[in-house]
Design a protein around this ligand. Sequence first.
Ligand code: ADP
Ligand code: MG
Length: 257
Amino acid sequence: MSALHHLQQQLKTLKLSGMLDAIETRVAQAEDGHLGYFDFLELLLEDEIARRARNRLSTRVARAHFDEVKTFETFDFHADPALPSQQIRDLATCRFVETHACVLICGPVGAGKTHVAQALGVEACRRGYTVFFTKTARFLRDLGGGRADGSWEQRFRRYLKPDLLLLDDFAMQDFTPAQGEDLYQLIDERVGRGSLIVTSNRSPQDWYPLFSNAVLAESALDRLAGAAHQLTLTGKSYRPRLRPPLGPTIAPEVERP
Ligand code: ADP
Ligand code: MG
């Protein structure tokens, strides 16, 4: 067995996969005389540290349950002149997660609300925060199930745990009294203690009538709005730009003589 192969076996046994992947390159660099002993070891350790950081990030992203992993690398900040690019970039620093603030992202369909929300979630993952993404309807269904089978408390706690919770498509339709209470509880327990991003096609003042209990609505929504950064995306839908270009047009059938 060659010395290199022996080393590779040892790295495998110790589960040092970052070093394992890099060892051949680093040995070659050392043999070329480009690396001294200290540099060689330091670089290999950096390879391992980088691999572990990448693994931790993938775990956090997987646990966030994003619908699709969207990032700011694929976000066009110049898509529309009305796009509040600077505000989005400021939010992308994730200061709001550190200060337990909320973000309300409003705007018409296709304006990029879900993309921005998920990209903010990924930025939070990159900074070591725990994140959970869900659609509001899914969240309400889950808690509804919890009321039915007695596991409400346990399910509810899952939404309090992450540093950042994302509720996509908020206020799409009227809330039943039980749903109104679930949302009230969530807002009451999270605001000020953790971060929350809410996306909606309606502006916050139109959320109030969706609750059957006006007092509950007011106390929940006023608290939420009071603790929130508001991001309004007013641009045209981006979706048409994503459509593949049309194929060659098919000539209409010609009547045969
Ligand atoms: P909304 O949630 O507001 O309805 P989405 O975030 O789902 O809209 O955006 C619709 C589609 O357009 C998605 O595929 C999204 O990635 C893309 N998109 C929207 N805005 C942009 C943008 N500024 N740059 C790149 N892609 C965008
Ligand atoms: Mg959306």
